[in-house]
Design a protein around this ligand. Structure first.
Ligand SMILES: [Zn+2]
Length: 275
């Protein structure tokens, strides 16, 4: 997947392949200027947007793998946010907490079942109740396995239902996390700061935020009451609660068009990249 950016020296549009680290070293093909693009976006967001784009483009089967990966990476995001939040609440050292977290995650990184165990405990400790969403049927695990491991060709509406379930769950947990998510964001900012400090002379740093399905709010930086108000799961005027499909459909209608910037280039961007 690539994204369009603008060369800080000559302002021409340059397409950059998205890097797993969210940090991109670029040499402008037109003027030769060197710059580094830092994209403020988490892995789960990138994966979910990738799934959404695949779905909109008619690649329903491919979309399932991205949505499933997005959910797994979101669970990691939740665990990280909680662990760092807890360290901050007990006035622990952020660097030490981060190092402890990395050392712990290493033991679970290659097995998603272990990660689910981490999430279950994190949720219990943070919210004081059992994670009701972890039942395999609630996660759509059976559908995901049929598609990914057994070659099942899903219909588009089946994939939409799966995407809606994944989206609604992530949306709900982000709402519950509220400001807690800011701690995971801070960890990304620190990684960026370390890369920034090591930039050679003559290389420009560019920070960007991209449109996306979860971009309507910078989840960690808004107050909890605003998070609730801005959530797509808030009550419609007639007092009914939106179901998963309605929540996803609404987000898709509001934010789906923004994803087109990745295909069509910067001129279609609804929000320009931030300096
Ligand atoms: Zn240039």
């Amino acid at each position: 997947m690539d994204f369009p950016t603008s060369c800080p020296a000559c302002r021409r549009e340059v397409r950059v392949e998205f890097d797993d680290s969210a940090v991109h070293e670029v040499t402008c093909p037109a003027c030769g200027a060197r710059f580094v693009v830092f994209v403020r976006k988490h892995k789960f967001e990138v994966l979910f947007d990738l799934g959404t784009r695949a779905l909109l483009d008619g690649y329903a089967r491919e979309a399932v793998a991205s949505f499933a990966a997005a959910l797994e990476r979101f669970f990691e995001f939740y665990v990280r946010a909680y662990a760092l939040e807890r360290a901050a609440d007990s006035e622990g050292d952020f660097e030490a907490a981060l190092a402890g977290l990395e050392g712990t995650w290493r033991h679970v990184a290659s097995q998603s079942e272990r990660q689910l165990g981490m999430l279950a405990l994190a949720y219990l400790l943070r919210e004081g109740r059992a994670p009701d969403f972890l039942a395999p049927q609630a996660l759509g695990a059976d559908f995901r396995n049929r598609v990914i491991h057994r070659g099942y060709l899903p219909r588009r509406e089946e994939v939409e239902a799966y995407a809606a379930r994944v989206f609604a769950l992530m949306d709900r947990l982000l709402t519950e996390l509220g400001e807690g998510a800011a701690h995971a964001e801070l960890a990304q900012e620190q990684t960026f700061a370390a890369r920034l400090a090591a930039l050679p002379d003559g290389v420009t740093a560019v920070f960007e935020e991209h449109p996306g399905m979860f971009r309507a709010r910078r989840f960690g930086t808004v107050r909890p009451e605003k998070t609730l108000a801005a959530s797509s799961t808030d009550l419609p005027a007639d007092g009914r609660t939106l179901n998963d499909a309605q929540t996803f459909a609404r987000a898709l209608a509001e934010r789906g068009p923004g994803l087109d910037v990745f295909r069509r280039g910067l001129r279609s961007a609804p929000t320009p990249p931030q300096p």
